[in-house]
Design a protein around this ligand. Structure first.
Ligand SMILES: O=C(O)c1cc(=O)[nH]c(=O)n1[C@@H]1O[C@H](COP(=O)(O)O)[C@@H](O)[C@H]1O
Length: 232
């Protein structure tokens, strides 16, 4: 019986050996590992096979593409052959850009990032984002889903409102997750793993609380065990 939890561990490591080591430690406990800009820009496409390893764990490629539709389509096509389960784009790139990514990578779920979890309500207002973070996340979510995105990335603080906006068929992914009492670091709009799940997240992105722990495997197992107690 698989006991892997709906967690994507962010493998934000400076080198491939460390990332592959973390992936090996956490994959018995989690469904997914996430490769982001740090690893992809340093090592390129080979990084995907290295972290997937023999376990066949689901790989989430977080490149947060954001450009004109033609450029994003070409970039999505370039990575589609790596068959990431999930590929991110910024929702603020607009519907034509999101649609272009969806069409270019038909075997991956395109996940549109609504509002970065590192931005506070004050930051968002200064950037000219209208309304509360909840209002803005809902608005971007509706645009992204209208353009064909099958998944969305949002803060766990907005996930219930986003779920109400888009309904049950869309995969909701929440970074900005911190166990109670953990350091929030550069994250601004955070919640606990239990709250993220009970408010409707399908997949929790967690990096440093796991990879920065003395034993990343044990940290992943502990969060996975806490999530099993949550009914949702
Ligand atoms: O797309 C993402 O995964 C993402 C979106 C977002 O709004 N906020 C956010 O933190 N992330 C990613 O989620 C991970 C969070 O890592 P930790 O803060 O270490 O748990 C990082 O790899 C970020 O790049």
């Amino acid at each position: 019986m698989s006991t892997s939890a709906p967690i994507a561990v962010a493998l934000d490591a400076p080198d491939l050996d460390t990332a592959a080591h973390w992936a090996g430690l956490v994959t018995p406990h989690v469904s997914t590992v996430k490769v982001g800009l740090e690893l992809y820009l340093r090592y390129g496409p080979d990084v995907i096979a290295s972290v997937r390893g023999a376990s066949g764990v689901q790989v989430f490629l977080d490149l947060k593409l954001h450009d004109i539709p033609n450029t994003v389509a070409a970039a999505a096509r370039a990575v589609a052959r790596l068959k990431p389960a999930i590929l991110t784009v910024h929702a603020s790139g607009g519907p034509a850009m999101i649609k272009a990514a969806v069409e270019a990578a038909p075997n991956s779920q395109i996940a549109a990032v609504t509002l970065l979890t590192s931005l506070s309500e004050t930051d968002l207002a200064a950037l000219g984002v209208q309304g509360t973070p909840v209002d803005a996340a809902r608005r971007l979510a509706a645009i992204a889903v209208g353009a064909g995105a099958q998944a969305l990335v949002c803060s766990p603080r907005e996930v219930a409102a986003v779920r109400a906006e888009v309904g049950p068929g869309i995969t909701l992914i929440t970074p900005g997750v911190r166990p109670a009492g953990a350091d929030t670091q550069d994250q601004a709009r955070v919640a606990t793993p239990e709250d993220a799940l009970s408010h409707g997240a399908d997949l929790l992105v967690i990096g440093r609380p796991i990879t920065g722990a003395p034993d990343p495997g044990a940290a992943a197992a502990a969060i996975a065990a806490a999530l099993r107690k949550v009914s949702h």
